[in-house]
Ligand binder design. Sequence first.
Ligand code: SF4
Ligand code: SF4
Length: 375
Amino acid sequence: MNPFTLLIKPSGSDCNIDCKYCFYKNRSAKVGTGKQRMSLKVLEKLVKDYLALEFGINGFAWQGGEPTLMGLGFFKEVVRLQNEYKRQDQVIENSLQTNSILLDDDWCEFLHENNFLVGISIDGPKNFNDHYRVNFNSDGTFDKVMAAIKRCKKHGVQFNTLTLLNNNNVEHVKELFDFFVENDIKYQQFIPCVETNPKMGEVADFSITPKQYGDFLCGLFDLWYEYGPEKISIRDFDSIISFCLSGKHTICTFSKQCSGYIVVEHTGKCFCCDFFVRGEFGLGNIFETNIAQLACSNIKRKFARNKQKLPSKCLVCRHLDVCRGGCMKDRVVIDDLQNKQNYFCESYKSFFDYSMPRFMQIAAKVASGQQDFNR
Ligand code: SF4
Ligand code: SF4
């Protein structure tokens, strides 16, 4: 069996802030009720069964909602169970995606001591971040997030930032890049926001257009290239360098299949992907079916392969190898042949046209040892 990562939602979609664009809470009526909590029984079963698969590298990605709502005690138990059930030669990799509001000194000490890689959500400088990322009183969260970033640095926590590109910040690439450089943030991730309005069935107004995303990527690429690609990691760009070097991406967006992970909800119920946590993509519960069988089930295999069903436009595209039609979640545009085309196709085309020659140059330098990416 091919190794896979767990993407775990120990507190379901429950969150302690109220971001205006949050996609996850739209899918649950239970947000903020505090009722969605993974029990220690589910946790132990999950850790034990997953480690019994004997993968060399074992990825536990803790996400939400907001996973820190589980409390520090829960994560101490995570580490204890991992140590109890792992074989000596098994490597554990924990990551935690958080809004960072609860990250105090105790949390940071723990995260550092146990080598968690922390992803902190922030949409850029205060004026951009506080537009959508607000608490339940509609107050901006920027000051608390920056205080948490400072604390992470103080304790030596490994962290990266995750920025959602929305209609408010997407046209300000230089301000975003300068902000992260000024704050010495070396690991960055940018996610384009496109969400269909659940009531109207239209693209929600906080989404960005394909043209805006294409311009953003090209602008970011220029800034990064000029600053020094060896000094700053941008997740999608690193993946393209990896593709140039080995033919393999490090992110699923541009991979051939959707097979790298499974989502585990707080109840132990598993799904194919974070963006497909709904009925037909449910794989079953870890208490009813062994996790190995869930990961190899027909539903999961079919879901993984679905990404290879590409519209004819992709099949003749010069960027097919590097793009692979993009993420399934964004394949929402119906073309003339009733195929689903990626909403961001135009963005990818213009970006790959613009940047691939220089990506190849960077990869050639890395391969020949002239460029060192140990940032
Ligand atoms: S750039 Fe567009 S047409 Fe080309 S592979 Fe990507 S999504 Fe398909
Ligand atoms: S649907 Fe998108 S996010 Fe989900 S596994 Fe596939 S590429 Fe990744």
